[in-house]
Write a new protein. Structure first.
Ligand code: C5P
Length: 218
């Protein structure tokens, strides 16, 4: 528990991943993208033809996953699944399997194993509440739904992927509803979390804010 952790939780497309990467880089810390693990579980379940509503069956797949993390890419067996994991459709699969407590606890140990020296920046929905409750700095990152949909839209278009901004907003609001209303580890700020609304902030301003807080906290 002497290994420092900064947790960044918040809704879909609030910019957690980018912020976590930049803060990790600035401090020389490792980064845990916990959503990617739920995405892998959702993808593996769909490929195995497992019923996504069957928590036991989905959780049973987790120990057998041959996962490798390499240079920011994620491999499932010999396949680089990074691009597939980021697809909107995989995000929806992830939020479906993430409601099951069995699936969450199957991924628990794996997430804790990312806590290594010199430190960790962990992003997700329950990093400050469930995984790293002793983290000295917890951030709850938000942005308006319109801002989040627009960012996601630009991201997709810049990659040459066709997108519809209204559809994106509906998808992310549906995912947020499911994440907020599930019984186990619902999306909610930790009691001691600092709120950061980045609707009107650039990434550099957000990074500076987090680094300032980190200076004060540790
Ligand atoms: O953050 P990301 O969009 O990659 O997460 C995909 C989904 O995985 C979320 O919508 C949520 O349902 C689930 N998730 C979770 N707990 C986390 C991270 C992600 O339940 N710590």
């Amino acid at each position: 528990a002497d290994i420092p952790v900064i947790t960044i939780d918040g809704p879909t497309a609030s910019g957690k991943g980018t912020l976590a990467d930049e803060v990790g880089k600035a401090l020389g810390y490792g980064v845990l993208d916990s959503g990617a693990l739920y995405r892998v579980a959702g993808l593996a379940a769909r490929r195995a033809g497992v019923d996504l509503d069957d928590g036991d069956a989905v959780a049973a797949l987790v120990p057998g996953l041959d996962l490798r993390f390499q240079d920011g890419h994620i491999f499932l067996g010999s396949e680089d699944v990074s691009a597939r994991l980021r697809a909107e459709a995989t995000g929806l699969l992830a939020s479906q399997v993430a409601v099951h407590p069995q699936v969450r606890s199957a991924l628990h140990q794996l997430q804790l194993s990312f806590r290594r020296l010199p430190g960790l920046v962990a992003d997700g929905r329950d990093m400050g509440t469930a995984l790293f409750p002793d983290a000295p700095l917890k951030i709850f990152l938000t942005a308006s739904a319109a801002t989040r949909a627009e960012r996601r839209y630009k991201q997709l278009i810049s990659k040459g992927i066709p997108a519809n901004i209204e559809g994106l907003r509906e998808d992310l609001e549906a995912r947020d509803e499911r994440d907020k209303n599930r019984a186990t580890s619902p999306l909610a700020p930790a009691q001691d979390a600092l709120l950061l609304d980045n609707s009107a902030l650039g990434i550099e301003e957000s990074v500076t804010q987090v680094l300032d807080w980190w200076q004060q906290r540790r």
